[in-house]
Design a protein around this ligand. Sequence first.
Ligand code: GLC
Length: 703
Amino acid sequence: MKTVILDDAAAESKARETEASMTDDERFSLLYSLMIRIFGSGTRESRVPADLPAVAGYVPGVERLGIPPLVLADASLGLRHTGGPEDSATAFPAGLALGSTFNPALARRIGELIGQEARARGFNVALGGGINLVREVRNGRNFEYLSEDPWLTALMGAETVSGIQSQHVIALLKHLSLNASETDKFFLNAVIDPAAHRESDLLAFEIAIERSRPGAVMGAYNMINGSYASGNDAILNGVLKNAWEYKGWVMSDWKAVYSWDYILKGLDQQSGAQLDDEEWFSEPLKQAVADGRVPKERIADSVRRMLRSYYAVGIDNPPRAAAADMNAGNAMALEAARQGAVLLKNTGLLPLARDKSRIALIGGYGNAGVLSGDGSSQVMPPGGYAATIPMHSHPLLGPTTMRFFPGSPLEALRRSLPEASIEYDPGALIAEAVALARRSDVVVINAIRHEGERFDSADMSLPFGQDALIEAIAAVHSKVVVVLQTGNPVSMPWLNGVDAVLQAWYPGQAGAQAIADIVTGRANPSGRLPITFPVDVAQTPHPVLPGADVPLGTPINVEYDADVGYRWFARTGAKPLYAFGHGLSYTRFDYADFRLKGGETVTATFTVTNAGQQAGADVPQLYLTSRSGQKVLRLLGFERIELSPGESRTVTIEADPRLLAHYDSNAGSWRILEGDHRVALARSAEDHVVLATAHVPGRTFGR
Ligand code: GLC
C-alpha cells in the first residue's frame, strides 16, 4: 500500500476532521505517554501492551478512526531499545563525530538508516535530534550533540530529522532550548537575554525546524529565565508556536512536568507521565477542563497538532516495513567514524608505515573495544557490548557504566598492519607500559574518558591517570600517537611531547576500524572540530562548573549569552588549544579566486585545489569577521568537498541573512545594519586565508 504523504495543509485539514470526530476521552488519551518500565525498576507498566518492544514511551491510538498508537524509542545515535542483547541496532558514532564531518548529506543518510531500523522494529517516533549548543565543555551529554555553532548544528540536525522522517517515522528536535550541563539540571535556571537567546540556541532550533519540519519538539529539563523549559510560555507559545508558526506538537522531556497548566504554556504532551509527581495530563487536566480553567479548544489544538504530524509523516498508513539492513548500517557507521575523526596534530608520523615495525598499543581497553557514551542515547550494538565496567553509583541519579562496543583497536590495527608486530599493554602500571614503549618502534596510546547523561566531568583532565601515563611514555619515546575516545575536549599537558593526536570521539560500532584506517592511511582524515578545544576551563565562560559547588537540589542561576564557543574566544582574545573548524589532512588544499558579492546577503565564490598527492576532503569555511566596522565572528557557511590529487572545484556559498543580523527584541525581528561586511575564507575560526568585503543594505525581516 503506497503511503500518502500529505503536505502540511492537507495534513492539517485531515487532522481537523479527525479531531472533530473524537470523544473527549480519546482526545485526552493522546496527551501523555507512558514509559514501559520506570527507570531502574524491573516491573513493566501494565497499561503498555505486552507485545510492544521495549519503548521509551507509548501513546494509545484510536482504532475506529485509524489513529495509530505511538511507539517511541530514543534514537540520537542509533535506535535504543532496552530489550536486551538480542535487541541490537546500528550504533553510530557520537553526535560530535557527526558534527565533525561537516557533511549534512551523511547526516541524512544516517537518519534514513535509523528510520528504517525503527520501522523494522515497530517504532514510529524516534527521539533523536539532540541539537543543544555545546556551551559547557564538561557537559556529560555533549557527545550526543553536534556543535557549538547554530548554523552547523541546524544543518546537521535538520538532515538527520529529514532522513528519519523520510522513512515514515516521526522525528523530533530536542531539548528546547538551552540545557548546557547535567549538574543540578532540575534546579538550574538558565538566564539569557531573549535577543541573545534568539541569536544562539534558538537560532539553531529555528533554522533546523524550518529545514526539516520535525513532527515534534521536546522541551528541556532546566528553567530558562525563570520557567521550566517544558512549560515555558515565552519559548513554547511566544517563539515556537507564534513567531515561528510551528505546526507540530511539543512533548516534555521525561520527568520534566510540574503541573497540568503546562498545557496553557505551550506543552502538548507529558512524556513518561508515571515519572512525574502526577500524571498531570490525565485526571488533573481533565478536571481543569471541566472547571473551565483550560479551554476545550486548547486540548483540541494539541490533538490536532499531533494528528497533523502523524499524517504529514505518514505513520497512519506506512508501507510495509522492510527488514533493517544492518550491513548498510555498519558501512555508514564506519564512514561516519572515518569522516568524523579529527586529526589535531601530526608532525609527520602519521600515516604509519606498513612495515615490520614493533608497535605498542597502550591503554583505553584497546584490546576489548571502543567506548560509547552513557545514558538514554546509548545503543546495544550488534553482538552486544564487548565490556561493561560499573562506574558511579549516586543515591538519586543511580549507576553509570562504561560500555565498550565490540571490535577492538588492537584487532583492527593488526588487520591493517599484518607485517607489524603489535603488542597491547593496558596502561594500568606506568612502569610496565614504559618498558613496552622502550622496546617498540612506535607507540599508539588509546586514551578514554567516560561521559554521559546525568553527570558532568569535574574538569578537562583524562581519568585513570592517563595524563601521567602519556607524559611518562612521551618522556622516553619520540614516536607517540595519542588517540582520544572522549565525549568532550580534554586538556593535553603532554601535547608537546607527542607526535600526533587523533580525536576519535565515541566512534561507534565500527570505530576501531575507522581509527586503524586513519592511523595507517587507508582513510585520509577530513574531520574538522565542531567545538572549540580550550587549553583549560579558565578560558571558558564558567571556570567553576555551575552547580558543582552546591548540594544537588540547590536552585542556581547561570548566566549565558550569545557568545558561545569561538565567539567567546573572539570576545576574550584568548587562544584556544585548537580552534573550531580545525582539522588536518594527509594532503593539502589551496584556495584561489575568492570573490564576495553583497546584496540581501553575502555570496562567496572561490576555487579549492587538492595540491597534494593523496585524495582527500577539505571543509573550507566562511566567517563574518566585521560588519559596519564592528568586529564579530560568525560561521556563515561551509562545504565539505572531496578532491583527487590536482583536482580543483569552484564553490559558491550564500549566507543565511540571519547570520549577518542581530535580533531586535523590541521590533520582534532580525535587523541587518547597512554597511560593509568583511568575510574570511578560512580553514578554521582562527586560520583566515583570505578576506573580502561587500556592502549590504540595512533591513529588518523575520519574526
Ligand atoms: C531522557 C533524555 C531525553 C530522552 C528521554 C527518553 O531523560 O533527556 O533526551 O529522549 O529521557 O529516554
